[in-house]
Design a protein around this ligand. Structure first.
Ligand SMILES: [Fe+2]
Ligand SMILES: [Fe+2]
Length: 171
């Protein structure tokens, strides 16, 4: 544990920061797996473009999990040790893919990113001016989640437009 590093945290209990981070840590692992499996099962038009995006997001979510685990350890906490705890700690839950169509998969993923944005904005609000290092890490992750939402929405709109233009041409 970083003794001097932790001494600069003011106005919030270190244990509270660890609890918030462990919940986000659970979200990141579930998001990672959601993207991982979506990229495998996805079907339909322009699916290759979607697979490239989903794989990239999976990589990013795992990188986020890593950043959060490192910060929890620095604070003297322990990252969740059992995957069962991901479900009891998660903020955003897990959206099991039921419809494998590319548009449905992208819609599920957009919902997940919107929840992630809300979660990180909330953590940033709580730790702002209290724990600068966590604030910085959470802000970096938040910027990635905003970009993820935007990338998925743009792809979703392109594919939806493409599908409706095909339908118009054949009718
Ligand atoms: Fe993430
Ligand atoms: Fe994300």
């Amino acid at each position: 544990m970083a003794v001097r590093g932790n001494s600069i945290i003011k106005g919030i209990e270190v244990s509270e920061v660890i609890t918030l981070l462990n919940k986000a840590y659970a979200d990141e692992w579930l998001a990672y797996y959601q993207y991982f499996i979506e990229a495998k099962v996805i079907k339909g038009i322009m699916k290759d473009a979607a697979i490239a995006e989903l794989d990239q997001h999976a990589t990013d979510e795992l990188r986020h999990a890593n950043l959060i685990a490192e910060r929890i350890l620095q604070l003297g906490g322990t990252p969740l040790l059992n995957p069962k705890e991901w479900f009891t700690h998660t903020n955003c839950g897990y959206e099991e893919p039921k419809n494998f169509d590319v548009v449905a998969i992208l819609e599920d993923s957009i919902k997940g990113e919107q929840c992630a944005i809300t979660t990180y904005a909330n953590i940033a609000d709580i730790v702002k001016d209290k724990d600068i290092v966590t604030y910085d890490i959470v802000s970096q992750i938040l910027a990635d989640e905003v970009e993820h939402e935007e990338d998925l929405q743009a792809l979703h709109d392109d594919i939806s437009d493409f599908i409706s233009s095909i339908k118009q041409n054949i009718s």
